[in-house]
Design a protein around this ligand. Structure first.
Ligand code: COA
Ligand code: ZN
Length: 300
């Protein structure tokens, strides 16, 4: 059976898009459902400035609880800078995703840094924490809310600099959900050709209902893993127009039908999605209206 690694990012990308603070125990309850549903790798939260995203102010507590409760799960977190890396290490986290945007203007809006400053910071993180696993999030790979469609050559250029800083794992992110399958294919082929010693994951938003097809295209093009969000909740507060992510339950459902082993228990995942939908008013991918209808388990 074909295998695909589905990485759950709802507790970070999903929760960060919700303005009103979600009580920590509600977050933990959703995470609990995700673990029970069989997700093996989960982005637990992010260590960012509470002035930037107040929703993530309980990052330390979330990490403490989930690591203790579920030591078998591969927990990782998003970080914007060295400060975040240090906080993550102190919380016992072994893998971080620093975020750098391909577009200079989104990098400034999101983490208040130039490319050069971000790269310097990544070198410092690499040097200071040699055992820390780093999978770098490249944001706005397919399009930027300020600069429009992004081209492949500047991506290769940026990846080259990050490669020079010792990074070998990347997650290519369609931050505002403007990618289309041909673009996904062109980008995946170009990066794999240029950096054969690296792994590339894909992270897609669902602004135009193309989340699922773009994510599937990534799988067909050799993405090491794909990131999806429970109930399709997601969005970057610093990217105007960003909407929800490809939803984990829709994607897991499709992949099971397509003959892939996902390791996911669909009914538990759906139940978790419904619960989340009932308690967090946020930015969901287009599919969410179907949650209540799709109660039947056709996956087995
Ligand atoms: N976690 C918690 N606090 C942090 C922090 C972090 N990772 N990084 C910086 N801070 C605090 C500093 O201590 C400082 O606090 P003070 O004002 O009380 O002194 C304040 O934030 C500003 O620090 P500074 O390094 O000058 O910030 P900056 O303006 O250079 O950078 C970021 C701002 C990067 C910290 C902020 O924009 C951020 O956290 N962005 C996250 C973006 C994000 O998560 N986007 C969505 C995911 S793609
Ligand atoms: Zn995202």
């Amino acid at each position: 059976m074909k295998k695909i690694e589905i990485v759950e990012i709802g507790p970070r990308d999903g929760f960060q898009s919700v303005k009103e603070f979600i009580p920590t125990e509600v977050k933990l309850d959703v995470i609990d459902g995700l673990v029970r549903a069989g997700l093996k790798k989960i982005e637990a939260t992010s260590f960012v400035s509470p002035k930037a995203i107040a929703q993530m102010r309980d990052a330390g507590e979330i990490c403490r609880v989930v690591r203790e409760k579920y030591p078998q799960t591969a927990w990782f977190v998003l970080i914007p800078n060295f400060y975040g890396a240090k906080a993550a290490v102190e919380a016992g986290i072994q893998e971080v995703s620093p975020v750098v945007s391909l577009s200079v203007s989104h990098n400034k809006a999101n983490v208040n840094r130039t490319h050069e400053e971000s790269i310097e910071e990544i070198k410092k993180i690499r040097g200071e924490f040699p055992d820390l696993q780093i999978t770098l999030d490249v944001a706005t790979v397919f399009g930027c809310p300020f600069e429009g469609r992004m081209a492949v050559p500047p991506l290769i250029d940026l990846l080259g600099k990050l490669h020079g800083s010792g990074i070998r794992a990347f997650t290519l992110c369609d931050t505002i959900g403007v990618a289309y399958p041909n673009q996904v294919r062109a980008v995946m082929e170009a990066v794999q050709k240029a950096f054969s010693d690296c792994v590339f994951n894909l992270h897609i938003h669902d602004t135009r209902n193309m989340g699922i097809i773009n994510t599937y295209e990534g799988v067909k093009c050799g993405a090491a893993s794909v990131q999806t969000s429970v109930a399709g909740l997601g969005g970057c507060p610093f990217a105007p127009g960003a909407s929800g992510n490809t939803s984990t339950e829709d994607f897991a459902y499709m992949m099971a039908q397509e003959g892939y082993e996902t390791g996911i228990d669909f009914p538990i995942l759906l139940e978790t999605a419904k619960k989340l939908h009932g308690c967090a008013q946020g930015s969901y991918s287009g599919h969410h209206i179907h949650i209540n209808a799709a109660h039947q388990d056709f996956t087995r």
